[in-house]
Design a binder for this molecule. Structure first.
Ligand code: DGY
Length: 322
């Protein structure tokens, strides 16, 4: 009997495939630095039984129309806004993601970005490498304190809670906004629920961990940035689509907020000429929230387990509700 065909849209370490090789045929896009072209992906989707894809792959209605025998789309991410869930459901295709395994790693990065933005680490690093350090002076590259300040976490899911745990360690006051109250986070982590506008008005650090959906798209708009304190810092580790980037740019340029730390952008990869990247008060990262060696391996393994389960006729471990 012909083995089911699994297509992976990026190079996957061969060792991870070894336990599955007897049962499935694998093929993957070889070039690590570029994503699979649409034409190639369309060709692969026509014949694949399973697809392992990434946040940057648009798995939309038109590409899914080409699928003839696809049973599962396993997204190598916790977010799945790159997949048209309805179109997948209409073709009985299961969609899975990689929650839990990346929670702590993503929260680590979120907190690192917050600290780097507050204490101006990137500017300081450039300063010393460019030979500008001539003498020590009291306010040289002075930034903002983090300890004892108020963090406002927008989106109190798993990653939001993991961020709150880190903020506790820094003695921060923790506010959050979520579509529903999270009583566990309130009692166990000492977080306080706030309306979106109250959080924006009060927090010293506004951190977006909210998934992208039709309700959250552009929720950080000019009105939101106007409500923030002038010395507030905005950190985004969720999706670029939750921010109106034009409004953010203006807020940063006009001094309506102090600085931003961004791991995600509307267009990824963002062009190096983008006006946001020209500002010294922006720390920008290329969407590396969950990028640790250990976590990437766990994400691959979870995706492979999900694929194997579905192709063997069982329920996947981490399905997305469709
Ligand atoms: C996720 O898991 O959604 C991340 O953004 C991708 O690393």
């Amino acid at each position: 009997m012909k083995k089911p065909y699994v297509y992976v849209t990026r190079k996957i370490p061969a060792a991870l495939l070894a336990p599955y090789k007897d049962d499935f045929t694998f093929n993957y896009w070889e070039r690590e630095e570029t994503s699979v072209p649409r034409e190639e992906l369309t060709k692969q989707i026509k014949k694949a039984d399973a697809l392992i894809c990434m946040v940057g792959d648009a798995i939309d209605k038109s590409i899914l129309e080409e699928a003839n025998q696809l049973k599962i789309i396993a997204n190598l991410a916790v977010g799945y806004d790159n997949i048209d869930l309805e179109a997948a459901k209409s073709k009985d295709i299961v969609v899975t993601n990689t929650p839990d395994v990346l929670t702590e790693t993503t929260a680590d990065l979120g907190f690192a970005l917050l600290l780097a933005t507050a204490r101006r680490l990137m500017e300081a690093n450039d300063y010393i490498r460019q030979g500008k350090w001539k003498e020590w002076s009291p306010y040289l590259l002075a930034g903002a304190d983090v300890h004892q300040k108020t963090i406002g976490i927008v989106g109190m899911g798993r990653i939001g809670r993991a961020l709150a745990r880190r903020a506790q360690g820094f003695g921060m006051k923790i506010m959050y906004h979520n579509r529903s109250r999270n009583l566990v986070a309130e009692s166990e982590l000492g977080t306080t629920y706030a309306s979106f506008s109250d959080l924006l008005k009060t927090a010293d650090f506004v951190v977006s961990v909210v998934p992208l959906s039709s309700e959250t798209e552009n929720m950080f708009d000019s009105q939101a940035f106007q409500l923030m304190k002038k010395d507030a810092l905005f950190i985004n580790i969720s999706r670029g689509g939750v921010v109106n980037e034009e409004a953010l740019l203006q807020a940063l340029q006009n001094g309506d907020i102090q600085a931003a730390g961004l791991d995600v952008f509307k267009e990824e990869p963002i062009s190096k000429d983008h006006p946001l990247l020209q500002l010294p008060n922006v720390v920008a990262l290329p969407h590396i929230g969950s990028a640790s060696m250990e976590t990437r391996t766990s994400m691959w393994n979870l995706s492979l387990e999900n694929v194997a389960a579905v192709l063997r006729g069982s329920a996947p471990k981490t399905p997305v509700s469709q």
